[in-house]
Design a protein around this ligand. Structure first.
Ligand SMILES: [Zn+2]
Length: 310
């Protein structure tokens, strides 16, 4: 850990601001963004949006008509000043400020790519299964995984079936006091929390042309102060309701069984966590078994951003 520096992937969607503003002006709508990480403004549960469905307006290189309204984010030094004296009182998967479920009628499938020496592959069969069934998903990608797979990361960012979320720079549990989870040492202070979030946020903003809205810490462990810092940086920290693949350790029948539990209540509100960086795991086969029956039972799927309006 710690070997990866940002900046490995430099391509960016040139000309987007002009195109976005022209689109917004043409449609008379708020800018929703054509950037790859949030291509579809409306929920598209279990139905793959048609690519190119947005109106196409020639980018003539004008400056943006509609200014970006993103509020200024606190700097690292401001975060350190604001949060360094605060003592955490919670630690775990479900702490104050972390979203672990939604109020949506849809289920949200999330898949993490954790990166690192044993975590930088891609489970193509799993992605093919999601595409085959037109099941949207939110993919949390770590900075080390992007570094190892720049072309693939760009492809995923450009696929409207998927929404990319930030899975940290070094894949650390998010702590202001160095707490550990599953043997992985967490960040040790507010400054390191900032680095873990924003180090990868910068990488992903270049990758997607837009800053991701969602963050999941490595291991999904947070303390409440770190969760507050995440929110202050404009990101929603995310946990889950169902552990679908046990960190990509479950055999396929177990994955199918765990994911299948969301059929009760037709999946409403659930956030399922699994992984798409372990192609030899039972995850892909488990989902290939589970998804048809879930859909038959009326479960619909949406990306996290479709279920949590801005
Ligand atoms: Zn992870």
């Amino acid at each position: 850990m710690g070997e990866f520096q940002p900046g490995g992937h430099s391509s960016g969607p040139s000309g987007l601001p002009g195109r976005r503003s022209l689109l917004a002006a043409a449609a008379g709508l708020a800018v929703t963004g054509l950037a790859a990480c949030a291509q579809q403004p409306a929920a598209a549960p279990a139905s793959r949006p048609a690519s190119g469905s947005a109106p196409v307006v020639e980018d003539i290189g004008q400056h943006p008509v509609v200014p970006e309204t993103r509020p200024a984010l606190p700097s690292r030094s401001q975060v350190v000043a604001e949060y360094s004296r605060r003592k955490p009182v919670q630690w775990g998967l479900d702490v104050v400020g972390v979203v672990s479920k939604t109020t949506s009628p849809h289920a949200v499938l999330t898949f993490d790519a954790c990166g690192g020496p044993n975590g930088s592959e891609c489970d193509h069969r799993l992605l093919q299964t999601l595409r085959k069934f037109n099941v949207p998903a939110t993919l949390f990608v770590n900075g080390r995984w992007i570094k190892a797979n720049p072309g693939l990361a760009a492809d995923l960012a450009a696929d409207p079936l998927f929404e990319l979320g930030n899975h940290g720079f070094r894949h650390q549990p998010l702590s202001v006091s160095g707490r550990s989870a599953y043997g992985i040492t967490g960040t040790s202070n507010a400054g390191e929390v900032y680095d873990e979030i924003m180090g990868n946020q910068e990488v992903m903003e270049r990758l997607c042309g837009k800053a991701p809205r969602f963050f999941r810490a490595g291991t999904a462990y947070y303390d409440d102060v770190a969760a507050a810092i995440t929110n202050s940086l404009g990101l929603v920290p995310v946990s889950f309701t169902v552990n679908g693949d046990g960190g990509a350790t479950f055999p396929a029948p177990t994955v199918a069984g765990e994911v299948g539990k969301i059929a009760a209540g037709r999946g409403a509100g659930h956030i399922v966590i699994s992984h798409f960086n372990q192609p030899t795991s039972g995850t892909a086969e488990g989902y290939a078994r589970a998804l048809p029956s879930l859909m038959d039972r009326g479960v619909t799927f949406a990306r996290l951003g479709d279920t949590l309006p801005l």
